[in-house]
Design a binder for this molecule. Structure first.
Ligand code: AMP
Length: 266
């Protein structure tokens, strides 16, 4: 069972995010990056399949140098990944999900795979569309928001559970090769010990530039279909006020507030 997992380095969630002065992106200079949460579950699922059926797990990332993707890749190796391919170019931070999917396509089309996993969505720009677009470019079926996977290599199918709205789930059978977008909680991702990360420092990462894929900056910038016009922190529209005190005090404060807001007449 050969599985390709698309992994994206995204800003660590506990950092304070501020918007650049030109309002076109966030300030990235001092940010630290880690593997996208959904991709971590996708990676674990691929490793579990490899443990059960053998085969190979390959991770692919498309990233700028600034995101320090190498650290994320070393962690993937420490967890048991067999091969890592990193497409590096600073222009990759300027792409939308449509253009990123097409770059990923140029890498994945030449790989041998039974399954491709992406996360359901990337924590930073939340397009939630890369997996479906990549599947369509490759001409393979896809199923999204996957919470359980059972593979039957003999039959050439996978039976998967999809999360639907309102707490519903759906079981579908998909012919292989296929692409699944993996939901968090599908498994319990393993930790990479420091020792294993250190040992992984010796592993080779296949670093490729756009030219190795027969591409250039102009071409991939031309693939974009979504353009950021403005990024900003929205004004707070709703406000929660906590009224404290004895019941009578709270009641009269509430009446006063409702009068101030024009909800009650004076
Ligand atoms: P998105 O469509 O941007 O919300 O991302 C959904 C999924 O696509 C992520 O969870 C990743 O698995 C994959 N993905 C998105 N961007 C990249 C990237 N630059 N490199 C590798 N995989 C990516």
């Amino acid at each position: 069972m050969d599985v390709v997992v698309c992994v994206k380095p995204v800003p660590l969630s506990e950092q304070e995010i501020t918007v650049r002065e030109d309002g076109m992106d966030i300030k990235r200079e001092d940010l630290k990056y880690e593997i996208n949460e959904w991709d971590n579950y996708a990676l674990e699922e691929a490793l579990l399949l490899k443990e059960k059926y053998g085969g190979k797990v390959t991770v692919v990332t498309v990233s700028s140098e600034q995101r320090n993707p190498e650290f994320m890749i070393r962690e993937c190796y420490a967890k048991g990944v067999d091969e890592a391919i990193m497409v590096l170019d600073d222009v990759l931070d300027e792409l939308d999900a449509f253009a990123v999917s097409r770059v990923l396509y140029h890498v994945v089309k030449d790989l041998k795979f039974d399954l491709i996993f992406t996360g359901v969505q990337a924590f930073d720009d939340n397009y939630a569309s890369t997996g479906a677009t990549l599947a369509s470019l490759l001409g393979v079926p896809h199923a999204s928001i996957i919470t359980k996977i059972e593979v039957s290599p003999g039959e050439g199918v996978a039976r998967v559970n999809r999360e639907l709205e309102g707490g519903l789930e759906e079981e579908v059978e998909v012919k292989l090769p296929a692409l699944f977008t993996i939901q968090t909680g599908i498994n319990q991702p393993r930790y990479a010990s420091l020792l294993k990360i250190r040992m992984a420092m010796k592993k080779e990462i296949k670093k490729i530039g756009l030219e190795d894929l027969g591409l250039n900056r102009e071409t991939i910038l031309g693939w974009r279909r979504t353009f950021i016009r403005r990024m900003y922190i929205p004004k707070v529209k709703k406000e929660t006020l906590y009224i404290k005190g004895a019941p009578e005090q709270m009641a009269s404060k509430l009446v006063e507030l409702l009068r101030d807001k024009g909800v009650l007449r004076r």
